[in-house]
Ligand binder design. Structure first.
Ligand SMILES: CC(=O)N[C@H]1[C@@H](OP(=O)(O)OP(=O)(O)OC[C@H]2O[C@@H](n3ccc(=O)[nH]c3=O)[C@H](O)[C@@H]2O)O[C@H](CO)[C@@H](O)[C@@H]1O
Ligand SMILES: C=C(OP(=O)(O)O)C(=O)O
Length: 417
């Protein structure tokens, strides 16, 4: 079992380069099978989810070749195959194969997704969308069968604002007959990124990034070249790390506009922020003010930065309240931070955080961002070594983590027990 080891108390200093966005990459790779000729993706992150998706594409007779951070996907000979188990269970975003396979082959037989299950994560809105497009959907003991003789455009109102359902419907509707409208669509930058790729492949999508997306189906899609947007969650995590360690870090290769919610909250606490064209400098201060944070859908504060922010708020003077309006119960990092000396109580969908020092301890990451929160805890600890297990979750979202942190002056290493 691999462990991440951290001796805390060192301010991070220097520059960190942010990778391409995981939550774009995991949708863009399945999207490529909608094309009849090769798709090239640039700025891909080297993450476990990306590796698993490429293996799944291999199962669908789609070749994938890496050249540095560039990937060439050749779906020319792609074939529909049932994917009931195995790799699809290893990540959440395997659900994008539903929309992509439905669009390309008119069918998908696929196991329910896995990944970070910090609480039940239903896909009823995805299914509702496929059904509205004319597909028949059945659930055979956790294996979803989706079939359509012909996909027909439809008006779809999402009951909840869902990133996954919005993208999945865009994927399938790109190849439906006629017009599809998604109302109450999610507005995350990753949705615009996927729509940009699909449009470069020949789709006709308008309104991505707003709550109404209109898609005119096309009968054929082709290859193209696309560069993935920077990972705003990875960037936000490094911003929080810089602040928590009272460091001074340039977080490079970001789109500052995507970082507005976290930037505003860090400034409110008293963190120094300097915005540049494609970078943000984060300057730590000796003291921070307690604040309240509400995690919401974009452009609100990202739920994926809620756990990292919890760790930072242990460093603020007074009581902070962090409420997650996207997930009811995404607080698996809290008991682990408490082991490190944090004073946090979970009340309903809020964490109430009293400022207090953290100390090194043996802790366990039970999901990706809980893991990030523990890394921040470890970097901030005033004494002792922090030993984090569950490293495979952290590897889902942070490529080159140890190298990046060491370059910034942290004492961090991996160990096999
Ligand atoms: C691969 C990917 O991009 N993952 C992100 C995506 O996950 P994901 O796309 O799974 O998250 P959603 O946006 O769909 O979920 C938002 C909320 O809607 C609920 N819901 C969702 C779908 C559905 O059919 N029914 C339903 O009730 C969920 O339980 C949740 O409470 O957006 C989340 C919210 O920003 C992020 O935390 C994840 O990092
Ligand atoms: C929850 C996350 O990812 P996924 O939806 O892929 O599990 C995340 O990135 O924090």
């Amino acid at each position: 079992m691999e462990k991440l080891m951290i001796t805390g108390g060192r301010p991070l200093r220097g520059t960190v380069q942010i990778s391409g966005a995981k939550n774009s990459a995991v949708a863009l790779i399945p999207a490529a099978i909608l094309a009849e000729t090769p798709v090239t993706l640039d700025n891909l992150p080297k993450l476990s989810d990306v590796g698993i998706l490429t293996e799944i594409l291999g199962e669908l007779e789609t070749s994938v070749n890496w050249f540095g951070d560039k990937m060439v996907i050749d779906p020319t000979k792609a074939k529909s195959k049932p994917l009931p188990n195995g790799n699809v269970k290893k990540l959440r975003a395997s659900y994008y194969l539903m929309g992509a396979m439905l669009g390309r082959f008119g069918e998908a037989v696929i196991g329910l997704p896995g990944g970070c299950n910090f609480e039940p994560r239903p896909i009823d809105q995805h299914i509702k969308g496929f059904e509205a497009l004319g597909a028949e959907v059945t659930n055979d003991h956790g294996c979803i069968h989706i079939r359509a003789k012909e996909l027909q455009g439809a008006k779809i109102y999402l009951d909840v604002v869902s990133v996954g359902a919005t993208i999945n419907i865009m994927l399938a509707a790109s190849r439906a007959k006629g017009f599809t409208t998604i109302e109450n669509a999610a507005k995350e930058p990753e949705i615009i990124d996927v729509a940009t790729l699909l449009n470069s492949m020949g789709a006709k999508i308008k309104g991505a990034g707003t709550e109404t997306i209109r898609i005119e189906g096309v009968s054929e899609m082709h290859g193209c070249r696309h560069s993935i947007i920077p990972d705003r969650i990875q960037a936000g995590t490094y911003m929080v790390m810089a602040a928590a360690t009272r460091g001074d870090v340039i977080v490079d290769n970001v789109i500052p506009k995507h970082m507005e919610a976290i930037t505003a909250k860090l400034e409110e606490m008293g963190v120094g922020i300097v915005e540049m064209d494609e970078a943000i400098r984060v300057i730590g201060r000796p003291e921070y003010t307690a604040i309240d944070v509400k995690a919401l859908v974009y452009p609100g504060f990202a739920t994926d930065l809620q756990s990292p922010m919890t760790s930072l708020l242990t460093q603020a003077k007074g009581t902070s309240i962090l409420t997650d309006y996207v997930y009811n119960n995404r607080f698996k990092h809290v008991p682990e931070l408490v082991r490190m000396g944090a004073k946090i109580k979970v009340e309903g969908r809020s964490a109430v955080i009293e400022g207090s020092p953290l100390y090194g301890a043996k802790v366990k990451a039970s999901d990706l961002r809980a893991g990030a929160a523990l890394v921040i805890g470890g970097l901030t600890a005033v004494s002792g070594v922090t030993e984090i297990t569950g490293v495979e979750y952290i590897d889902r979202g942070y490529d080159y983590l140890v190298d990046n942190l060491r370059n910034l002056g942290a004492e961090v290493w991996r160990e096999d027990s």
